[in-house]
Design a protein around this ligand. Structure first.
Ligand code: UGA
Length: 433
């Protein structure tokens, strides 16, 4: 190797000036071969360097992105799409990163924000917890509304970092989560992954962002757990979760406190009460009851001890959207910068419910009426699977601070859901979603 380098050292810098020694043909042939090898090597090295430096920056090293399964982001076109989607129509508008944007609540909020002129960028992992086709259909809906949804996991720090490098988000609407109360017994790890590790990862990126965004995120009515004082008020105890799902949402509230306290992040937690409506989640009872009633399959209706009713404060999606917008609009700025707190920051938690609990049996009766099909009811004692007997929200705080006032009763909301369901699942085959 060294000999070769010294040999190359003898070459003049300008090839035209090279004068071969004509005295020995053998040496001459050797020299011209070396010359060929040298220039070929130069050419190869140049081509390699040109390729390396002309490739646009596409985020973290490929290996780490591959490991996280988020291969689909990066590049100039991608950055342009991200910027365009996040562009707000006026200076007074918000620039919002919506996590879980292809989810039920995420889709509705993203469209609502975009419609009123805010900049919106979505991120969603498109996991297979429930039918990913439904998430893709929501994505197409969002695309038509001008919202780009980046495919990626909130645990992917380099992706989130990249999004904040491209866009100065003023707000984060954090809805990406592992939802569902009963599924926590089957797959506890997924709750820790999304609702704890994912949330912490997001807050880590937000705390270091400059400027720090204000964060509004989805907690859950389930944090009230075994609390029996009704209606549930934000002041009531939330230290008796009945499911791991509830425990991870409660943990989220405590984690929010920590990041607010140390880093000055402005954080608002919203305790959603059994949200339902068009484009909803197929794992929720009202959704699969509809499916099973139409198929003539029996549905299980849980009842409490001594034939006690199990009831939920079902809340219609449009009311939830109004509550979320109210929370975003009243969120104060975070106070930190460069990962350091500069002063006290806002920390809030609100119930977003309907304040009108309805027994599950009544939900089924409304569905029967709307679907014009008799349900095959199988009444069973409520299993020990994390469910609570009833939920009922006190919403005076949200009313006072966010102007939150739900206006949709269960029958009206279910009518809209059923109309969507029939259109989507029955008419879907005719139109191309
Ligand atoms: O409010 C909340 O915080 C939670 O609301 C719902 O959880 P849940 O109220 O349990 O909603 P469903 O799973 O749709 O159950 C509704 C009711 O139907 C009952 N149910 C469920 C399933 C079933 O087969 N039979 C049945 O009677 C449940 O016991 C419950 O009372 C969501 O699934 C959670 O993600 C959310 O966080």
């Amino acid at each position: 190797m060294l000999t070769k380098i010294s040999h190359l050292d003898n070459l003049p810098s300008t090839p035209g000036k090279f004068k071969p020694d004509k005295s020995s043909p053998y040496i001459n042939r050797l020299r011209s071969q070396s010359k060929l090898i040298l220039w070929s090597s130069f050419f190869a090295a140049f081509t390699l360097l040109f390729y390396l430096f002309s490739t646009p920056f596409v985020g973290p090293p490929t290996s780490s992105r591959r490991a996280l399964g988020s291969d689909s982001w990066g590049g100039r076109d991608w950055e342009r799409r991200v910027s365009r989607s996040a562009r707000r129509r006026s200076e007074s508008g918000l620039t919002v990163l919506v996590t879980g944007a292809a989810g039920f609540v995420g889709t509705h909020i993203s469209v609502a924000l975009k419609r009123r002129g805010d900049g919106v960028l979505g991120v969603d992992s498109f996991n297979h917890y429930y039918d990913p086709n439904l998430k893709r259909a929501r994505q197409r809906l969002l695309d038509r509304a001008g919202v780009f949804v980046v495919e990626g996991d909130i645990n992917d720090a380099s992706l989130l970092q990249k999004l904040f490098d491209v866009v100065a988000f003023t707000h984060v609407m954090h809805l990406a989560a592992q939802a569902g109360v009963r599924y926590a017994m089957q797959n506890p790890g997924s709750y820790v992954h999304s609702n704890i590790a994912g949330f912490v990862n997001l807050l880590e990126v937000c705390k270091s962002a400059n400027p720090q965004p204000s964060i509004v995120w989805a907690s859950s009515s389930s944090v009230y757990g075994l609390n029996s004082k009704v209606p549930f008020s934000e002041k009531d105890r939330t230290d008796q979760p009945a499911s791991l799902y509830a425990a991870t949402k409660k943990a989220g509230e405590e984690i929010a406190h920590t990041y607010n306290h140390i880093y000055g992040l402005s954080i608002t937690g919203l305790r959603f009460f059994t949200v339902y409506g068009p484009w909803g989640r197929p794992d929720m009872a009202y959704f699969f009851f509809t499916k099973d009633i139409l198929k003539g399959k029996p549905i299980k209706i849980f009842e409490a001890a001594n034939h006690g009713a199990v009831a939920r404060d079902f809340t219609y999606i449009d009311d939830i959207v109004k509550g979320c917008l109210g929370a975003l609009d009243t969120a104060k700025k975070s106070t930190g910068s460069g990962g350091k707190k500069k002063g006290p920051a806002q920390l809030r938690v609100f119930n977003l419910g309907n304040t009108a609990p309805v027994p599950v049996t009544e939900l089924v009766s409304i569905l029967e009426k709307l679907l014009k099909v008799r349900a095959k009811r199988l009444v069973l004692p409520m299993p020990r699977n994390g469910d609570v007997r009833f939920t009922h929200a006190n919403i005076s705080l949200a009313h006072r601070e966010l102007g939150y006032r739900p206006t949709t009763n269960l029958e009206t909301g279910l009518k809209k859901f059923v109309r969507w369901y029939l259109d989507y699942y029955v008419e879907k085959k005719k139109s191309a979603w």
